[in-house]
Design a protein around this ligand. Structure first.
Ligand code: KG4
Length: 342
């Protein structure tokens, strides 16, 4: 049963984006994201710098989310925040802010699992835009910088991880291989862009043989690294001369690895309602490959809007909304977790 006029402030600070969003009755009113540029020169996120940047951003970001939503803070009925998984120092900033806000405003506090929120981003409603959510039960391929999972979603708050990476995540594979090629961080979008010009069948890289529905990407990363090292011994311009083919072949391998287990999960569960979430779901090659599989296997494929696939507070606020309806609140003694399961 849905109640009216439930306004939730969502806070996301698990990695290197500080974000705040306002959701009212499941409809997004604002979603503000401050990305941190400070990490670019290091080729990866530096945890201590991330938490300091969150401290600088959190108040202006929340302030602007409230203003853009056209509401006052008196109208906020609850505050939801990312409790984990993520970088502990970063999570601590969002958690502390949310606790303070809840205490000062005497409103409920709602903890949110970041991974669950990535899945529930599929249920974000936007004013005046057709709402096309998946039907339960569905499978979600959650692919981000820190996770690669296949999740069986039975209900908003009832999810089971049926396959996951045993080492690196797909996003990590993109980023680490991109770094070896001298591409800026995060490398995923750069590989995606360059892959469009290259031949995906030019080079063949290793694919893991992991039983069941689990993934592994560390073997591919090592294979890619050694392949480049050997080629550079013969031709020091090898990367420069073959960049687009390297990107296309790498991307093709990652997509094939992701899709093989997803197809297997669909076959084994008999579920044809398929969705995707997480930063890597922005990859154009992956989106096209999923569309092809959807046609072939008659899946009902639902791909969320690009801006909600990356880390954002709209997904935290919408998860907070579903938890609010079930009165799933937490006390002031709540602490963040660097690692959590769904
Ligand atoms: O979900 P997300 O924003 O946050 C983390 O889990 O950190 O995902 C970030 C990841 C990075 O690894 C980034 O390289 C990857 O998503 N990514 C992409 C693309 N856009 C972002 N990977 C491949 N192709 C893209 N277009």
């Amino acid at each position: 049963m849905q109640k009216r006029n439930i306004t939730i402030l969502g806070i996301e600070s698990s990695c290197d984006d500080t974000s705040a969003a306002i959701v009212r009755d499941g409809v997004i009113l604002s979603n503000v994201i401050a990305s941190q540029k400070v990490h670019e020169e290091y080729g990866g996120v530096v945890p201590e710098l991330a938490s300091r940047a969150h401290q600088q951003h959190i108040i202006p970001v929340v302030d602007s989310a409230i203003k853009r939503a056209g509401i006052t803070k008196d109208e906020i009925g609850a505050v939801a925040f990312t409790r984990g998984p993520g970088l502990l120092g970063s999570l601590l900033v969002g958690t502390s802010f949310a606790k303070g806000f809840s205490l000062a405003r005497s409103i409920p506090l709602i903890e949110v699992n970041h991974l669950q929120a990535h899945v529930l981003a599929l249920f974000i409603k936007e004013k005046g835009i057709e709402f096309n959510p998946p039907e339960f039960p569905f499978l979600c391929l959650l692919v981000s910088g820190g996770n690669s999972q296949i999740i069986l979603v039975r209900d908003y708050l009832d999810m089971e991880v049926i396959g996951q990476t045993i080492d690196d995540a797909a996003g990590e594979a993109f980023d680490k291989c991109a770094k070896v090629m001298g591409l800026p961080y995060p490398g995923g979008p750069h590989v995606d862009r360059l892959a469009k010009e290259g031949d995906p069948f030019r080079f063949e890289f290793s694919r893991p043989r992991i039983p069941g529905l689990d993934y592994s990407f560390s073997g591919l990363k090592t294979n890619f690294l050694y392949f480049l090292r050997d080629q550079l011994k013969v031709n020091e311009n090898f990367i420069q001369e073959n960049k687009t083919d390297l990107c296309a072949s790498l991307q093709h391998t990652i997509i094939q690895i992701l899709l093989s287990k997803l197809k297997r999960a669909a076959r084994e569960t008999g579920i044809k309602e398929i969705t995707i979430a997480g930063g890597v779901s922005a990859n154009s090659g992956l989106r096209n490959a999923l569309k092809e599989s959807a046609q072939k296997f008659r899946w009902n494929l639902i791909i969320p809007k690009f801006e909600y696939t990356m880390d954002n507070a709209a997904m935290i606020a919408i998860t907070g909304y579903f938890k609010y309806l079930k009165k799933e609140f937490v006390g002031q003694n709540v602490v963040p977790f660097a690692r959590t399961q769904l």
